[in-house]
Design a protein around this ligand. Structure first.
Ligand code: ZN
Length: 233
């Protein structure tokens, strides 16, 4: 593992990770994807993954050539060892420590560590994740410092030279829509609008201009506000 030409993308089927996947497909010769089933309440994200992968393949011959295996990992133990609104059926609310109760402590640390293990086995040398500091929720495991420290830790612990890339770290949701447009034009925008899933409640009845969702949960609000910003409204 010495050249930075292959990547493993943490791909959930949401807007951010789909944009990251398009970003990786524009950069690396070989791209594989990894997804985690951890009993999340919006497991609908996981069901849209295959159709997004298929659509990305049909969008360009280069993407079709570059896109390799998809790894689906069962992390149901996460729901067993943590108590959070993402994995149980409780109302989404803010906690006293300023974090929403959708926070799953250590989630991204675990995801990145599992991804690094898969990357090691597959000979992939870049990990790509959609973590973002400008997000509304301020999840501490999405911070740039956390990801940089993790990169050092993983490489020390596995004697590797893996690189952790987070292309969305410093941009807001409007700029994430713009990035998708720059990467894949209207076709990619349309795929992200109607093909990806973000809503915490798993609502997929109505297609809004920003995509499917309840329109009221924090994830929908953030996505809708970002889209409005992108459209210049
Ligand atoms: Zn929603």
């Amino acid at each position: 593992m010495n050249s930075a030409d292959s990547a493993l993308v943490l791909f959930s089927g949401g807007q951010d990770s789909t944009t990251c996947l398009a970003w990786a497909l524009a950069r690396y010769d070989r791209v594989e994807t990894i997804g985690f089933d951890y009993g999340q309440r919006h497991a609908i994200e996981l069901t849209v993954r295959p159709s997004i992968l298929h659509a990305l393949r049909t969008m360009s011959p280069a993407s079709d050539r570059r896109l390799g295996e998809d790894h689906m990992i069962d992390l149901s133990l996460l729901a067993k060892i943590s108590d959070t609104a993402l994995t149980s059926n409780v109302e989404i609310a803010m906690l006293e420590n300023g974090l929403p109760n959708t926070f799953v402590p250590g989630r991204n640390l675990l995801f990145m560590t599992v991804a690094a293990t898969v990357a090691y086995r597959r000979g992939l040398n870049v990990l790509v994740g959609g973590m973002c500091e400008t997000d509304f929720s301020g999840y501490p495991d999405c911070r740039d410092d956390t990801m940089k420290a993790l990169q050092v830790t993983l490489n020390l612990g596995m004697a590797t030279r893996l690189k952790v890339e987070t292309p969305l770290m410093w941009i807001d949701k409007a700029a994430t829509w713009k990035m998708a447009q720059d990467l894949g034009g209207t076709a990619l925008l349309d795929l992200i609008r109607s093909g990806t899933h973000t809503c915490y409640l798993g609502e997929r009845g109505t297609l809004h201009d920003w995509g499917y969702g309840c329109g009221k949960c924090p994830a929908c609000e953030l996505r809708a506000r970002g889209y409005a910003g992108f459209m210049g409204r």
